[in-house]
Design a protein around this ligand. Structure first.
Ligand SMILES: *Cc1c(COP(=O)(O)O)cnc(C)c1O
Length: 498
C-alpha cells in the first residue's frame, strides 16, 4: 500500500518563528538533528530547520495523523545521508512502514514529499503472535515427501508448469517452511488466496509469478502492480475500476477466471468475457497472463459433472481472441491425479503436493507421500487409581489403576476437540488413546505403563511402518483433511526435516 503526503513552507516564516520562540529548535529537532543544525551556518541553518519542519508535516499527512494524534516531533529523525540526501532514521509509530522522502528548496520555499510503503505487514502480524518454541510440541514438514510429490505429479501429468498452491499458510504447513522446498523441487510459480499472502511471498524473496485465486478489491490495484501479483478477474466492472487505480507507469498482469460450474467466482457469459478481453487489449498497462477455471467434482466419482464443466470450458474459451502465450490452466490436484490434462500449460497443485488424497479414497490410490507430522513430548506422567476421572466434564473414568500422560497441545493448536478417543503412536509404533476431553492447550493419553517424561508421541505422521494420516484425523473429526491441515495452530513450531 502506498500513501503520500506533500507540504510546502515559507523559509522566511520558519525563520520568524525561530526568532519568536527560542525553544522551537529544541522542540522539533532530535539531539542528532540538533548537532547537524549547529554545524550549519546562516541561511543553510534555517533551510535545514524548514526542511525538517516541512518533512514532518508531509509525513503526518501521509500517515493521516495530526501532531497530537500518535505522532510527535521526536518520532521522526531526518539526517543527511552520505550524499546529503535526507534519510529517515526513526519512525517508531509505524515500524512496518518504509518512508521515501525528498526535500527541495527554491527561493523562499521548501517543499517536501513523503511516500510511505507498507511493507512486511503480514510478517509483523506473524511476529506479534508468538510461536511456542520452548514447548515440546511441533510440526514436521518433510522436504523429501514434498519434493517427491511435485516430481511425481509432474511426471504423471506431463505438465509444463507446476503452480504450488500455498494459500492459508501453505495449507497450515507453514509458508516459510514450504516455499523454499517447493522452489527447490522445481515449482514454477505460486498461488495464494489473498493479496496479503502474495505480498508476504514477495517480501520473503519470491520472484516467480504469483497468482491470487480469490477476488482482490480493485482499490488495491496499485499494490497488485507494485508487488507484481496476478489477480483473478471475474467482472468487467472490476477491470474498469482497476484501470482507474493503476498508476500510469505500472503494468498489471491478469488471470481471467471462468465459472464453468463451480459457482464461486469467474465469468459465466460469453459477452462479458469478450468485453473483458477487449478492455484488456485496449488498455495500456493491462496484460492477460492466464485464463482458468476450477472443477467442483474432479476429486469425486461424478464424471458426468466434470465432463459438463469441461464442455462448458471449451465452449467459453476455445475461440477467444487471445494470444497463444496466455496460459490456460484448469487442474487442481483432483484433475491432475485422475483426469486427462485438457491443457499442458500448468496445473495448480495443493493437496497432492502436501501428500494427501483429495478424494478421501473414493478414487484409485496414488503414490503420494504425506508431508506433515505432528509430535509432542509427554510433559507429565502419573498413575491414577481406578475410578479417577480425567479432564473437563469428567467424561473419562479409569477402569483400573492406569498410567496417564499429559501432552502440551490441544484444540487451539488444531488438535481438535472432536478428536477425543483418537489414538496416537508411541515410540515403539503401538497405539495409545487420547482420554478425556481435549482442552485448549493440553490433552491426556492413556499409556501402557510408566513411560518417561520427554517420550515423543506422534499425533500425526509415521513411526517406523505405522502411520496416522490426515485422512484418519479428518474422518474422526467429521471433516476433510484440508480442514485439519489448515487448522494447525500458528503457535506450533514448524521444522523442516529430511
Ligand atoms: C485451492 C485451489 C486449488 C488447489 O486445490 P487442491 O485440491 O488442493 O489441489 C486450485 N485452484 C483453485 C482455484 C483453488 O482455490
Amino acid at each position: 500500500m502506498l500513501k503520500q503526503g506533500i507540504d510546502v513552507q515559507k523559509i522566511s516564516a520558519v525563520a520568524k518563528t525561530v526568532a519568536r520562540q527560542p525553544r522551537f529548535v529544541e522542540t522539533i529537532l532530535t539531539p542528532a538533528e540538533r548537532a547537524v543544525f549547529a554545524q550549519r551556518k546562516g541561511k543553510h541553518q534555517i533551510e535545514f530547520l524548514a526542511g525538517r519542519f516541512s518533512a514532518k508535516e508531509a509525513y503526518s499527512k501521509a500517515l493521516g495523523t495530526g501532531m497530537s494524534q500518535g505522532l510527535t516531533w521526536q518520532d521522526l529523525e531526518i539526517l543527511p545521508g552520505s550524499k546529503g540526501e535526507p534519510v529517515f532514521t526513526k519512525y517508531p509509530q509505524s515500524s512496518f512502514l518504509t518512508a521515501h522522502i525528498s526535500i527541495s528548496h527554491s527561493d523562499d520555499l521548501v517543499h517536501s514529499a513523503v511516500i510511505l510503503e507498507s511493507k512486511n505487514t503480514m510478517k509483523t502480524v506473524q511476529e506479534n503472535q508468538p510461536v511456542s518454541r520452548r514447548r515440546p510440541a511441533w510440526l514436521e514438514i518433510s522436504a523429501s515427501a514434498l519434493t517427491h510429490n511435485i516430481h511425481y505429479v509432474r511426471a504423471l501429468t506431463g505438465t509444463q508448469r507446476v503452480c504450488a498452491v500455498v494459500k492459508a499458510n501453505a495449507y497450515g504447513h507453514g509458508l516459510a517452511e514450504v516455499v523454499p522446498v517447493a522452489l527447490e523441487a522445481g515449482a514454477d510459480c505460486f498461488a495464494v488466496a489473498t493479496i496479503d499472502e502474495g505480498i508476504w511471498l514477495r517480501d520473503f524473496g519470491v520472484t516467480v509469478p504469483i497468482f491470487i485465486l480469490g477476488i482482490t478489491p480493485a482499490i488495491y490495484t496499485p499494490d497488485l502492480a507494485h508487488y507484481d501479483l496476478i489477480p483473478a478477474v471475474s467482472e468487467v466492472n472490476w477491470l474498469k475500476a482497476a484501470r482507474q487505480y493503476l498508476p500510469k507507469t505500472e503494468q498489471l498482469q491478469l488471470a481471467l477466471a471462468i465459472d464453468t460450474g463451480m459457482g464461486r467466482i469467474g465469468f459465466r457469459e460469453p459477452t462479458a468475457l469478450a468485453e473483458a478481453i477487449r478492455l484488456i487489449d485496449k488498455t495500456e498497462g493491462l496484460e492477460l497472463k492466464s485464463i482458468w477455471t476450477h472443477f467442483a467434482t474432479a476429486d469425486g466419482p461424478n464424471e458426468a459433472y466434470f465432463e459438463k464443466q469441461l464442455k462448458q470450458w471449451h465452449a467459453l474459451t476455445d475461440d477467444l481472441p487471445i494470444a497463444d502465450n496466455v496460459w490456460r490452466h484448469v487442474s487442481n490436484s483432483g484433475t491432475s491425479l485422475w483426469h486427462q490434462q485438457p491443457h499442458p500449460d500448468m496445473i495448480r497443485l495443493g493437496a497432492a503436493m502436501y501428500g494427501f488424497d483429495p478424494s478421501q479414497a473414493s478414487l484409485p490410490a496414488r503414490d503420494l507421500q504425506p508431508v506433515l507430522s505432528l509430535r509432542a513430548e509427554l510433559v507429565y506422567v502419573k498413575q491414577v487409581t481406578a475410578g479417577s476421572s480425567i479432564s473437563y466434564g469428567a467424561t473419562y473414568k479409569a477402569k483400573e489403576d492406569e498410567w496417564i500422560g499429559t501432552l502440551p497441545l490441544g484444540y487451539a493448536d488444531g488438535y481438535r476437540r472432536a478428536l477425543q478417543g483418537m489414538e496416537v503412536l508411541l515410540p515403539d509404533g503401538t497405539r495409545a488413546p487420547i482420554v478425556g476431553r481435549i482442552a485448549m492447550d493440553q490433552c491426556m493419553v492413556r499409556l501402557p505403563g510408566p513411560l518417561p517424561e520427554g517420550t515423543v508421541v506422534t499425533l500425526l505422521g509415521a513411526v517406523g511402518d505405522q502411520r496416522i494420516t490426515l485422512e484418519e484425523l479428518a474422518e474422526k473429526a467429521g471433516t476433510i483433511p484440508y480442514e485439519i491441515a489448515t487448522g494447525m495452530g500458528q503457535r506450533l513450531m514448524r521444522k523442516v526435516v529430511g
